[in-house]
Design a protein around this ligand. Structure first.
Ligand SMILES: NC(=O)c1ccc[n+]([C@@H]2O[C@H](COP(=O)([O-])OP(=O)(O)OC[C@H]3O[C@@H](n4cnc5c(N)ncnc54)[C@H](O)[C@@H]3O)[C@@H](O)[C@H]2O)c1
Length: 333
């Protein structure tokens, strides 16, 4: 185990933050978790957990009070493609406030390392217009043409991290996640992402049933399992690499392919009903992992089949606990 640290995880009530807290506690660190909401699916493992709205500067100062060595800043107003397409102003405003205030509060309180969770949404849209897309390298982010709203805010905060490092010597780390999935992630309500939405739809469908798929389903993505995401974050924080770094899987799959994989795991035959009126984001997106291999000597390796099997089982169990699978079985009886 590395030396015990005092760590702040923002967004600790959310998907990635909750898993990061668990890992840091297992590694023996003292962890303060902060979020605007408590974790939904199981109690936090944090040493202490506080409900704070981090859009307010005073709350950011409270969050980093008392001597914090490292900050994992994972709080953000975000969701799947439907949510980020429909909420440009709220997302851009809320996240820029959280990030600018968290950087400044961390600087004032003498934090040593600050991790910013950026996104593959920073990459230019023109480089993602083909389903058979070339994997995106870190330097592809400029000249800039990111995802409206969410992507612009992430790219701007990447620059802000650089300025804080250059002007104030705050050690910043910037990670660009590519679609993270796994148990304890949001699976309904509008903020869920494709893997969780597909698992939910298939769990609720009968064998031979129909599920809705956004677009023609031929759009492509890569998906990273949560354990790989957490491992990559810990390794990046321990490294000296301060430029933005892709953290993702580099296996490209179509959304139709994703549906087929989950259907196979569920042991169901499902009919796909495509809805071209629904947002599908860029046509194709994949992670180039050359740099992460070089700087961390490591890359995500959990197979999609393994990761989806665990995720599907968890979502099915949640729906069952809520009595929703039984209701469906009775309705189909
Ligand atoms: N999950 C992915 O595939 C993915 C991909 C790219 C980037 N990211 C980034 O990773 C980070 C974590 O994402 P996640 O998947 O865990 O999302 P999440 O929505 O599960 O977690 C984000 C958390 O931030 C909290 N939050 C929002 N506004 C807040 C506020 N004003 N004050 C305090 N807390 C607030 C939310 O309540 C939520 O619990 C975010 O920065 C996100 O943009 C995630």
């Amino acid at each position: 185990m590395s030396q015990e640290m005092r760590v702040l995880v923002t967004g600790a009530g959310g998907f990635i933050g909750h898993h990061v807290v668990k890992r840091l506690r297992t590694d023996g660190h003292w962890v303060r978790g902060v979020d605007i909401k408590a974790p939904e699916y199981e109690p936090t493992a944090a040493s202490e957990f506080e409900l704070l709205d981090l859009r307010k500067f005073d709350n950011c100062l409270l969050a980093v009070r008392g001597g914090v060595d490292a900050v994992y800043n994972l709080a953000a107003d975000m969701g799947g493609i439907g949510f980020i397409t429909a909420n440009h102003a709220d997302i851009a405003r809320n996240n820029i406030l959280i990030n600018a205030h968290m950087l400044e509060a961390s600087r004032l309180q003498g934090v040593r390392k600050f991790l910013f969770s950026s996104s593959a949404c920073v990459y230019p849209q023109a480089k993602q217009s083909d389903a058979n897309v070339a994997p995106l390298r870190e330097e592809d982010a400029f000249p800039a043409d990111p995802e409206p709203g969410y992507g612009w805010e992430k790219l701007y905060t990447e620059m802000l991290c650089r300025y804080f490092r250059e002007d104030y010597a705050l050690e910043t780390r910037t990670v660009r996640f590519h679609n993270v999935y796994g148990p304890l992630g949001t699976y309904e309500g509008g903020r869920e992402k494709a893997p969780a939405a597909v698992c939910r739809k298939i769990a609720l469908a009968g064998d031979g049933g129909t599920i809705e798929v956004w677009g023609d389903g031929e759009q492509t993505r890569s998906f990273m399992y949560i354990d790989d995401c957490v491992e990559g974050l810990i390794r990046l924080m321990a490294s000296n690499h301060h430029e933005p770094l892709n953290l993702g899987n580099d296996r490209l799959v179509t959304i139709n392919g994703l549906v087929d994989l989950v259907a196979a795991i569920a042991g169901k035959y499902v009919i796909k009903k495509h809805d071209p009126s629904k947002p599908q984001g860029v046509r194709g997106r994949n992670s180039d992992n050359s740099l992460i291999r070089r700087v961390l000597g490591w890359e995500p390796s959990t197979s999609l089949e393994q990761g989806l099997a665990v995720t599907y089982a968890w979502i099915e169990q949640e729906l069952d606990k809520a009595g929703r699978l039984r209701k469906r079985k009775i309705a189909h009886a």
